[in-house]
Design a protein around this ligand. Structure first.
Ligand code: 4LM
Length: 411
């Protein structure tokens, strides 16, 4: 370890997040002094001799074995994101769903019960409501802002509360600290999906989350060229996840994808600033447009949980949902009119993306569950990107004008 590294390590706790996205975890000792993190694109690692191999497998000697179990590039990513979220450790996964499955199943066995926020990403809903049920774990989907409903949903066998805030797709917020207070003193872990915020806008550990999970596919990577996930928590919980659900079910990240996310993370702070500025401008535009019936964006003063901005979260983020005047066909017509903005699921990319949750990201919900969660058939979700805000707005404007004309003709 060089003097330079020692100095960095002594100061790193005081670093601001804008510095940590670049420097945290980058203590690699490349023999050539490479500035960028080396990519250890290897499946396996050579042992010096048989004793070393068996000692590593027995956990008696630190060191790498095989990339499903750990890899230096992956480790660098895990260290950086853990520091950003304020946890001791992290485990990277092949996808966000891989991370969610690994960090929930590890704490569950047949007969257990979990409580989940009523609006979450469609595949998380499918995992908890369908797959878990097949293995004897029952999930109740609850409005977690209703403290009485949360209290009543808790059972002796409840092991986890899982929530997303802001919720995909309509940006409902959950007061994490309030949930944490209700479950305090029980043997229940609180897991927060922080994908929509990133640690730069919200650090759920400060509100009492035991684990924080991300789809790293989104803002963390930021360039739309990777699918990945990551979960942060105590060293003990992360060691358990790495040693069981990740090791034996195998949703481990590719070192190349970890390397791309490390690169993407360096610009997270500047990207989030631009994402947020653009989203505010787009929300302001949508609110005043006569063809738009409702805009869901926590940054707007009429959002029911607007008060959480400035306390739980630093900013409303860059995802907006809206309802157009008209029916579902009208929403589809509008999507088809866009010229620059791609019709695509995902979020957090340089490109602004737009999609129809009821038939796309939230199609795994039953129609009844969608209705209960407030995910209407006319809802459209915009993940605001990094383009010039005027160009995003101009594309939305021309598509809204065209669809308004259609609606006036049909109505
Ligand atoms: C989408 N979302 O919404 P992977 N958690 C949240 C998410 O939004 C997602 C995942 C986990 C979308 C994907 C098509 C809050 C995904 C799952 O896709 O497995 O990395 O993350 O558009």
């Amino acid at each position: 370890m060089t003097a330079h590294h020692d100095k960095n390590n002594n100061n790193k706790k005081q670093w601001q997040l804008a510095t940590k996205v670049i420097h945290a975890g980058s203590g690699h000792d490349d023999p050539h002094g490479a500035l960028a993190s080396p990519l250890y694109q290897t499946s396996t690692f050579k042992f010096a001799d048989a004793d070393q191999g068996s000692a590593r497998f027995a956990g008696e000697e630190a060191g790498y074995i095989y990339s499903r179990l750990g890899n230096p590039t992956t480790h660098e990513l895990e260290t950086r994101v853990a520091e950003l979220e304020g946890y001791e450790a992290a485990a990277a996964a092949a996808t966000g769903m891989g991370a969610i499955a690994a960090c929930t199943m590890v704490f569950l066995r047949a007969g257990d019960h979990i409580v989940v926020s009523d609006a979450i990403y469609g595949c998380s809903f499918a995992l908890f409501s369908e797959l878990f049920e097949r293995f004897g774990v029952h999930a109740d989907f609850v409005d977690l802002n209703d403290t009485d409903a949360l209290q009543q949903s808790l059972q002796d066998n409840t092991r986890l509360v899982f929530l997303e805030t802001p919720a995909n797709p309509h940006l409902k917020l959950v007061d994490i600290a309030a949930v944490s207070q209700v479950i305090a003193g029980r043997d229940i872990r609180l897991i927060v999906d922080n994908t929509f915020m990133t640690p730069l806008l919200q650090q759920p550990k400060q509100q009492g989350a035991d684990l924080v999970v991300h789809s790293a596919t989104k803002f963390l990577n930021g360039h739309g060229d990777v699918v990945a996930g990551i979960v942060c928590g105590s060293a003990e919980d992360i060691a358990l996840i790495k040693g069981t659900t990740l090791k034996d079910m195998g949703a481990t990240i590719s070192p190349h994808d970890a390397w791309l996310i490390l690169r993407g993370l360096k610009t997270l702070d500047v990207r989030m600033q631009r994402h947020c500025e653009n989203a505010e401008k787009v929300a302001d535009f949508l609110v005043q447009h006569p063809g738009v019936r409702k805009v869901y964006y926590p940054g707007l003063a009429d959002h029911p949980h607007h008060h959480l901005i400035g306390t739980q979260m630093k900013h409303a983020g860059a995802v907006i949902a809206l309802e157009l005047e008209g029916d579902e066909a009208q929403a589809r017509y509008f999507l088809n009119q866009l010229q620059m903005i791609p019709l695509a699921v995902s979020l957090g990319d340089a490109e602004t993306l737009i999609q129809h949750p009821a038939s796309m990201t939230h199609s795994p919900y039953t129609p009844e569950a969608r209705q209960k969660a407030g995910i209407t058939d006319t809802l459209v979700r915009i993940a605001v990107g990094l383009e010039a805000a005027d160009d995003i707005i101009a594309d939305l404007q021309q598509a809204l004008t065209a669809s308004q004309q259609r609606w006036q003709q049909t109505a």
